[in-house]
Write a protein that binds this ligand. Sequence first.
Ligand code: ZN
Ligand code: ZN
Length: 154
Amino acid sequence: MIPATESEILKFICANHGAVNTDDLVYNLCSGDPDIINNREKFVPYCLNGQPKVVARTTLTLCNKRNCPGSCMKLHICKAILFSGSCQYSQFRTGCSFSHELNSDHNVRILGVHELESLSLMELRTLLLQNDDRLLPPVNLQILLLHKCMNDRF
Ligand SMILES: [Zn+2]
Ligand SMILES: [Zn+2]
């Protein structure tokens, strides 16, 4: 079996709510080689109720400048579109100040730099939500993830 690439593993984690069991991941995607998830810019280990898990990370953030010329190296997407799929400002004649186009030239280039071009909008949403503090109330990641697990159970 050929081990998965970092990008494939990151996509897999994002598709699974942003965190997976380390053992399952290493066994199923890494050919049993835990070194593949050693890149701490992308994969962060933590423990939940004694279960080792890996969470997906990125240094990519959203640009919050209106009419940004694009030199920011951040993603140009309206927060409302990213997190809820619709934006209240699109019904106004003036429209929304932020891009509703994930596949714009700028975004495709930025996603390529971060090796995230294979992520779907949903996967990207998961990744950015758990990585960008400005998008969340100030809770730490563990509490967020604990919350997610509890929600999953009901
Ligand atoms: Zn920008
Ligand atoms: Zn918008």
